[in-house]
Design a protein around this ligand. Structure first.
Ligand code: FAD
Ligand code: MLT
Ligand code: ZN
Length: 483
């Protein structure tokens, strides 16, 4: 047991949560104290695993009373170190993994009530088994949880059609920093009864409350799907192709993703079982994904005809259309394995940025030039959700370079991209949030009245700074007994 734990706290927590609900064993604590990229290595005082909302609330109350800070954690897939404790040894991880029940699913209301620890993929499968669709989809969906995607307001691949996690949220159950509970699991489409508190917790990264369950919107399951992998001559052509599909049938477009040739090359090199469906490696590629619940739709024919028009217009140089579910999945792997392939290639600095959609080609071109000049031999890998104007402008270390020396230049690298993003009227964090990585950027970009309002909200809901101190708001902003 950690000597710095307030006396009596461990016993009180164990009495409430039971033996599976509390651990001070380093074998449990250490793996959960490091983020998946290995960038943030914290030290936790305790691991708490409540199995119910009541237990979660009581655990928070006990910790708050004892002055022990809490770091909520779901699948620990955060890109910005938001789900791991700092190195003080004075923060407890509160994992939601045992709260993993789908409490209800209603195909008439088109809603699902899921606990925070339900894995995203499990939620998708539960919806599908009832003939519905839960559309949120991202590379980490096999590990990320409902509580995590809400708390980061995750975006992902289907945002162009269904919005971010916030847009899929009808109701929320939240444990506040003093252990009280907001019972907001209302399945209502319309509910203008004061402040929409659920939207405050979406994207709050565990700094305002602990999400324990949510009412999520469902949609009709698709009856027809069609997917293509297309080589395009440049970024401007990628955007022109997106526009072509949107104008032809916006309702059919489920996802439209851009990949640079560098990124596709890394996936083919590092991820076993991946293969290029085109004759030659593309300089730039797009994944076009269509889906509809209409009975009369012939999406494969529409996809083929629209690609033929694009080919004639010079927006596409080669394309493959998936002829089976297996081929569709193989095309999606070329996109979804980008993060893992970059990790296997060595250290990389991530820039998850957004600009107005029309500025994307400019952004990619200018950032690539700036980054290549800044770190000679490094590999800029641009990819992502081009239809949202959200591009991941990741920089992979030069081959054979020292990873630590490369990562030591992270701020400089992010600064170079951010300067261009600012010039184009964009945002330094499109979907990954702030976490422990970008607090200083938040202060710089969102200072003045905007930051003051955020501080006031934090102070009102968590005056003692119990919840995730050091995350989102820069250090010193969430002053309180626990920080
Ligand atoms: P965690 O990582 O555990 O936590 C994330 C944050 O939320 C932390 O601040 C944590 O304290 C807080 N939190 C977690 N659970 C709760 C809770 N119940 N209540 C309150 N706070 C909580 N993100 C995108 O938006 N789009 C993408 O396309 C995308 N692709 C990804 C691909 C890969 C391969 C990976 C590894 C990550 C990707 N992400 C993406 C990052 C994304 O933020 C996470 O995948 C996901 O949203 C986090 O879910 P999680 O359960 O892992 O949360
Ligand atoms: C993705 O969309 O795959 C992730 O958000 C990107 C990343 O690894 O930066
Ligand atoms: Zn993304």
């Amino acid at each position: 047991m950690d000597a710095s734990l307030p006396p009596g706290l461990l016993d009180a927590l164990a009495a409430r949560l039971g033996p599976r609900g509390v651990s001070a064993d380093p074998a449990d604590l250490v793996p959960l104290s490091t983020d998946w990229r290995g960038l943030f290595r914290g030290r936790a005082a305790l691991l708490l695993r409540p199995a119910s909302t009541e237990d979660c609330a009581e655990a928070v109350r006990l910790c708050a009373e004892a002055g022990l800070a809490i770091v909520p954690q779901g699948g620990n897939t955060s890109m910005v170190g938001g789900a791991v404790p700092d190195a003080s040894g004075r923060q407890a991880i509160l994992s939601l993994v045992r709260m993993n029940r789908i409490r209800a699913l209603d195909p008439l209301d088109m809603t699902m009530v899921a606990e925070a620890g339900v894995v995203l993929k499990t939620a998708q499968e539960a919806a599908a088994s009832a003939g519905c669709l839960f559309p949120l989809s991202l590379g980490a969906e096999g590990s990320a949880t409902i509580g995590g995607v809400i708390s980061t307001n995750a975006g992902g691949n289907t945002t162009i059609r269904y919005g971010t996690a916030r847009d899929l949220l009808l109701g929320l159950e939240v444990v506040l920093a003093d252990g009280s509970v907001i019972h907001g699991l209302r399945r209502l489409r319309k509910d203008n009864t004061g402040y929409a508190l659920r939207h405050l917790f979406a994207g709050a990264e565990g700094t305002l409350g602990i999400v324990t369950a949510a009412v999520l919107r469902l949609f009709p399951a698709p009856r027809s799907e069609a997917t293509a992998f297309a080589a395009v001559p440049d970024e401007a052509a990628a955007l022109a192709l997106f526009r072509r599909f949107r104008e032809a049938d916006e309702g059919a477009l489920r996802a439209f993703e851009y990949m640079s040739g560098e990124g596709v090359g890394l996936v083919l090199r590092h991820i076993p079982g991946t293969a290029l469906p085109l004759a030659a490696p593309p300089g730039h590629a797009c994944l076009v994904d269509l889906a509809t619940s209409r009975r009369d739709a012939d999406l494969p024919a529409f996809l083929e005809a629209t690609l033929a028009e694009a080919l004639a217009a010079g927006e596409v140089t080669d394309a493959a259309i998936a002829a089976s579910a297996a081929q569709r999945a193989a095309m999606w792997r070329l996109r979804e394995e980008h993060s893992e392939a970059q990790k296997r290639e060595g250290a990389s600095v991530k820039n998850d940025v957004s600009v107005p959609v029309s500025a994307v080609p400019d952004l990619i071109r200018r950032a690539r030039e700036a980054l290549s000049a800044l770190v000679p031999g490094s590999r800029p890998v641009a990819f992502g959700h081009i239809g949202d104007g959200n591009i991941h402008l990741n920089l992979v270390q030069p081959e054979g370079a020292d990873p630590a020396a490369f990562l030591a230049r992270s701020e400089e690298i992010m600064g170079a991209v951010n300067a261009i993003v600012r010039d184009l009227g964009g945002s330094f964090s499109a979907e990954h949030g702030i976490g422990r990585l970008k607090g200083a950027m938040l202060a710089e970009w969102r200072g003045g009245a905007e930051l003051a309002a955020m501080r006031a909200i934090k102070a009102a809901l968590d005056p003692k700074g119990v919840l995730n101190p050091g995350v989102l708001l820069p250090r010193g902003d969430s002053a309180g007994a626990c920080c």
